[in-house]
Design a protein around this ligand. Structure first.
Ligand code: GLN
Length: 280
């Protein structure tokens, strides 16, 4: 069967299974099996698919029909123009989080400094920031050692040298250290949120998604602890749920952070809130 026809059939199956992006899923999975870029498919779609590659493709489509995220099936996802390895131990990097990277770059006006990324997962935030600010040192920490190993291998493969990763339960392994910027995309979804029963999140680690206190517990903990880990004038920037911006601004203001503001993601939702260290 020709590649074009394989794609049409796979996209139909994926659409019936409820994928929000059936054609794209089919193209990404086929490219993964063939080891080609998507533009290659547009030129060579009339070629025949070799039997063994077709069988591998069908197996991946079946897994996707069963709901598995494309990024786990291919083992990678692009974030900030960087191709990152992903694994079921980590959250899949999302375009929304690029808003947090933009905010961090806007706050990093010095030529050098130190950034801490809490709950780094694949390393997405630390790697994107470090790639744009070669004079800075980024440190990504995660409680999950598999995540730290994955983030380290991402840094090596991408050749990003000004970043380190460390196993740490929030601030425990950096007790004495201070940073000019602290960033986090922590768990912030309420355990009863119906969103958790749909799509890719069903396969992602719940520990990266769900937090107590209507999703605000980890955001609050970080806002409290970060005060002691920021240099004077340093900034804390937090990703949060689309309906949590007012609550997070309040968390920061109640603890004395200054110049508190929120930024919208590409979908128009308030997604990131940041503030300057309280004067002590
Ligand atoms: N934004 C993600 C989602 O809604 C959740 C990420 C997180 O909890 N940190 O699926």
């Amino acid at each position: 069967m020709q590649l074009d026809m394989l794609l049409v059939r796979a996209a139909e199956r994926l659409a019936r299974a409820g994928s929000p992006s059936p054609r794209l899923d089919a193209e990404v999975l086929l490219c993964h099996v063939l080891g080609v870029e998507r533009t290659w498919l547009y030129t060579w779609g009339d070629r025949m698919a070799p039997t063994f590659q077709r069988a591998r493709f069908e197996a991946l489509v079946a897994a996707r029909v069963a709901g598995h995220p494309v990024a786990y099936l291919t083992g990678e996802r692009e974030f900030w123009g960087l191709v990152l390895a992903t694994s079921p131990h980590t959250l899949i990097p999302r375009p929304d989080t690029e808003t947090l990277v933009e905010v961090l770059l806007g706050l990093a006006d010095e030529t050098s400094g130190r950034l801490l990324d809490l709950g780094t997962g694949t390393g997405a935030i630390a790697l994107a920031f470090a790639s744009e600010r070669p004079g800075w040192q980024a440190l990504g920490i995660d409680r999950v050692s598999e995540a730290v190993a994955l983030a380290e291998s991402n840094a090596r493969r991408l050749g990003i040298a000004n970043v380190r990763f460390l196993v740490s339960d929030w601030f425990s392994a950096v007790a004495q250290q201070r940073f000019a910027l602290i960033a986090a995309n922590p768990p912030y979804i309420d355990a009863d949120d119906p969103h958790l029963a749909q799509g890719d999140v069903r396969f992602e680690p719940r520990s990266a998604l769900v937090a107590l206190e209507s999703g605000l517990a980890d955001l609050r903990h970080i806002a409290e602890c970060a005060v002691g880990h920021l240099v004077p004038g340093g900034w804390l920037a937090l990703e949060h749920g689309h309906d949590q911006a007012a609550a997070v601004r309040e968390l920061l203001e109640a603890r004395g952070y200054g110049d508190v503001a929120s930024r919208r993601d590409l979908g128009g939702q308030e997604r990131v809130t940041f503030g300057r260290r309280p004067d002590q």
